[in-house]
Design a protein around this ligand. Structure first.
Ligand code: SF4
Length: 66
């Protein structure tokens, strides 16, 4: 999986980190960021749910290519 967070869109609501704390966390400014080593989602079943939970649809989850 490939995770993209559009930081221009993210409003720091934190829903992603609440929904999938094993993939997302919030940086010092409150914006969403992916935990180190979890750039591919780590197989978390909560990943897509977290993307859906984002109120501004800042998270895009796509199949990794290659
Ligand atoms: S849920 Fe969306 S807006 Fe909120 S911190 Fe995560 S990416 Fe940003």
């Amino acid at each position: 999986m490939r995770i993209d967070i559009d930081k221009d869109v993210c409003i720091g609501a934190g829903q992603c980190a609440l929904t999938a704390p094993d993939v997302f966390t919030q940086d010092d400014d409150g914006y969403s960021t992916v935990l180190p080593g979890r750039e591919d989602g780590g197989g978390s079943p909560l990943l897509r749910e977290a993307a859906r939970a984002c109120p501004v649809s800042a998270i895009t989850v796509s199949e990794a290519v290659g």
